[in-house]
Each structure stands twice: as C-alpha cells, then as structure tokens.
Design a protein around this ligand. Structure first.
Ligand code: OKP
Ligand code: ZN
Length: 324
C-alpha cells in the first residue's frame, strides 16, 4: 500500500494538555511518529494542493486564526503554547473579538489542543498528506495518509481533541464522488460529523466509546443518528466480537449509499493497552478488522487519527494496513 507522510508534521510538539484539573504531558507527542514510521517502511511526501480544499470545508476566519494564533499569543506577552481558558456558551451572539484569549475560546472547545509555533504548518501538511493519498486512491488503489496531528475532532470553525484541520472531511468533500466515511478511532469523530452532516452523496458512520463515559461527551450518542450519519457507541471493555458486529452494521449501512470511495478515520486507540482509552482490541484484531472492511471492495483512503500506546502503535498500524 502506498503510504504518505510529511516531515513538517513533526514540528507540532505540544508539551502539555489540560484536563481533570491539571496539566499532563501531551498524549499526542512525536514518539508516535517514530513508532509508526519504523513499522510502515517507505513513505512518499505530498505535493501542495494549496488552501482551496481546506477552504471548501473550513471557515475562513478559523483558518486565518490558526495561522496567526501563536504569534498573537506571543505578542500578548505569553510564553509556551496557546491554550484557551474561557469559552462562549452555545448560542452566544457572534462578537468582533480582539483579545487572543477570547479568540482561543471562540475557536476551540477544549483545553487539550494547544497551538504552538509550528502547529499550523504541521496541520497544513497533514491535510496535504491526506490529499496526496486521496490522489493515489483516485487511481483505484488503497492508500495510507499518516496524518499528525489527528483531525477528526476539528470542525468547520473549531479545534479540539488534538485536532486542527479535519483531514477526513477535507478529503471526503475533495473527492467529489459518493463517499462513505467510516470512523473507527476510539473517540467519536464529532468534527467530521458536524462538517459532513447533510452533505449530498456522503455518509458518515462512527464506532466509538459511549460519550456517556468518554470524550468528547457532547456528540456521538446512539440517539444522535439520522439522515446521513450513524453513531454506534460501545461500552468500555468492548473486545473484538462485539466490535466486529458493530462494524458489520456500519459497513452495511454505508454500502446502502452506493459509495464509490471509502475514507477511514483510523485510530489505533481501540488497542487494549492504550493509555487514554478503554477498549480491548489486540494487535492481530487489526488485520481482522481490515479484512472485514476490505471485503466491501472499495478504493480506500486510510487517514491516521489517534493511538497512544507508542510501544505497540507501529505494529497495530502496520497490522491494519497489512490486512488490506
Ligand atoms: C483524540 B483522538 C485524556 C483526556 C482527553 C482528549 C482526547 C482526544 C483524543 N483522558 N483528551 O480521537 O484520538
Ligand atoms: Zn481517539
């Protein structure tokens, strides 16, 4: 399988994230990169498809903000990475916001997604990596886009969940075909759902930890399915058999949309040893999942999302890709 990666994605190097009342070392760190690159072998660098495919799904003001947020942070006299601390409650009227802190809260929904000096460049080249892999898939192959930071929590005008640009949504729309998007990261792909809801010719299905117990809490509940998206939340502790049964359901529903192309938001944080997640898939299970998905017979773009057990991450990713 052709694999795409851009070295500029490494420069995003958040030190900490804030949750449960304290700063913690960032789970989404560049040790993930070494683990995955060592396991997948040769990668190709992407060409630059420019801003147009990003602008097709993201808000102009948000993209502008991402590019200058860290500069504005420094200009305000701060050090380190930019993090929000105040957020507008849903439904607040739009305001012209000047202060960096006000803008950070306006364009983010959590405190785990710091913006550093290289975050924009890394996220930009992550999106370009996904678009390059989409190009390979247009030729009828499967392809893997090693995107980092991840993307599926980012919405049209917000970052969150370590995500800044929604690589899967960018590609689903750029494909310009009937597309099935399958999200098998441990966490619900709230940004992808928000961005793809109601889009003609696109279906989105997500298997994820029940938001009653797990991040991102406010999206992905079972009763939140309808139209062109399907949510299949699963309890903590879910192992292969129950996971596979839900996957069969999701694939059947996606197939009803007669897709020409499949985009997978792939997280290896469903692994039993993942430090921030609570499912129980083991390394060989990733090959079984891949074979299940490959059996639907669509050209497939695999976009990397989460996965934090660095000792096993590369193996889990390579096992998944090998299953195709
Ligand atoms: C990103 B992706 C850790 C706090 C939650 C946010 C999780 C973002 C996951 N207990 N941190 O979907 O893997
Ligand atoms: Zn995840």
């Amino acid at each position: 399988m052709r694999c795409f990666w851009d070295e500029r994605q490494r420069a995003h190097a958040p030190a900490v994230e804030f949750f449960n009342g304290a700063l913690h070392p960032a789970a989404e760190h560049d040790g993930r990169v070494d683990s995955i690159l060592a396991a997948i072998g040769r990668t190709e660098a992407p060409a630059d498809h420019g801003m147009a495919p990003l602008l097709a799904v993201h808000d102009t003001g948000y993209l502008d903000f991402l590019q200058r947020a860290h500069r504005d942070w420094l200009a305000a006299g701060r050090t380190g990475e930019a993090l929000p601390y105040a957020f507008p409650v849903v439904g607040r009227r739009p305001l012209r916001l000047g202060r960096i802190d006000a803008e950070l809260g306006r364009y983010a929904y959590d405190t785990t997604t710091p913006i550093g000096p290289a975050s924009w460049e890394a996220a930009y080249w992550g999106a370009q990596t996904a678009l390059a892999a989409l190009g390979a898939v247009r030729g009828g192959d499967h392809a893997f886009a090693f995107c980092r930071p991840p993307g599926h929590h980012a919405g049209a005008d917000y970052c969150g969940g370590y995500s800044y640009l929604n690589n899967a949504a960018i590609c689903a729309v750029a494909a310009g075909k009937r597309v099935a998007v399958l999200d098998i990261d441990y966490h619900h792909g709230n940004g992808t759902q928000d961005m793809l809801a109601g889009r003609e010719g696109i279906r989105f299905a997500s298997l994820h930890a029940d938001p009653a117990t797990d991040y991102p809490f406010y999206w992905g509940h079972a009763d939140e399915s309808g139209g062109n998206f399907l949510n299949l939340p699963l309890p903590r502790g879910t192992a292969f058999d129950a996971y596979d049964a839900a996957l069969v359901r999701a694939l059947g529903w996606l197939a009803e949309g007669s897709p020409e192309l499949l985009v997978i938001s792939f997280g290896a944080d469903t692994y039993v040893g993942d430090p921030i997640s609570h499912f129980a898939l083991d390394t060989p299970d990733y090959a079984r999942l891949a074979r299940r998905i490959a059996a639907i017979g669509l050209p497939t773009l695999i976009v990397m999302e989460g996965g934090y057990a660095v000792h096993a991450l590369g193996d889990n990713v390579a096992t998944f890709l090998g299953g195709f």
